[in-house]
Design a protein around this ligand. Structure first.
Ligand SMILES: Cc1cn(CCC(=O)O)c2ccccc12
Length: 158
């Protein structure tokens, strides 16, 4: 069983994330989407709400499992018998940090990191920018799944 993890905060999941997850699901037997529990940062959505959204929008792929974790990603990988991480790279600016993390993770655990180029259509997209646009009434259709758009508007505009 060739398994890989796609880690992130996913607050909320965007079409950029989904693009990478969907393409990865065609390369591996199982994709584990790992939602980071960050106790220092309260997000717009709770971790369980983010998991529910991810499960709903990745169901169609058939081989994506959504889990939550806190602490080191490589410990999560060891516990779940996952030998590799897939990271989406949006721009050169992502690479510096991601390369450092990949080297650290490999040194700590032997877990490999594979980089996938994001669809240029989403290379500007991050959850934080998306939330800013939605917060001030901007149109985010096409940037997130319809379900996420509805939940964003509901959460931000009450
Ligand atoms: C482009 C990209 C960024 N991230 C982390 C986003 C986050 O930490 O919320 C991803 C996670 C999965 C697939 C693609 C991506």
């Amino acid at each position: 069983m060739r398994r890989v993890v796609c880690p992130g905060s996913f607050d909320p999941v965007t079409n950029g994330h989904l693009d990478i997850i969907g393409r990865t699901s065609r390369l591996y037997d199982e994709v584990v989407v790992a939602v980071l529990i960050n106790i220092e940062k309260t997000g717009l959505f709770t971790v369980d709400e983010r998991i529910d959204m991810l499960q709903a929008v990745t169901k169609e792929y058939g081989n994506v499992r959504v889990e939550k974790f806190h602490g080191l990603l490589v410990d999560f990988c060891r516990q779940h018998d996952i030998p590799a991480i897939v990271k989406g790279l949006r721009a050169v600016s992502d690479f510096d940090y991601e390369l450092q993390m990949a080297q650290l993770n490999y040194r700590m655990s032997g877990v490999e990191t594979l980089f996938m180029s994001t669809n240029p259509e989403y290379s500007f997209l991050s959850s934080s920018r998306l939330k800013e646009i939605a917060r001030y009434g901007g149109d985010v259709s096409g940037l997130v799944p319809d379900l996420v758009q509805r939940l964003l508007i509901e959460r931000l505009r009450g």
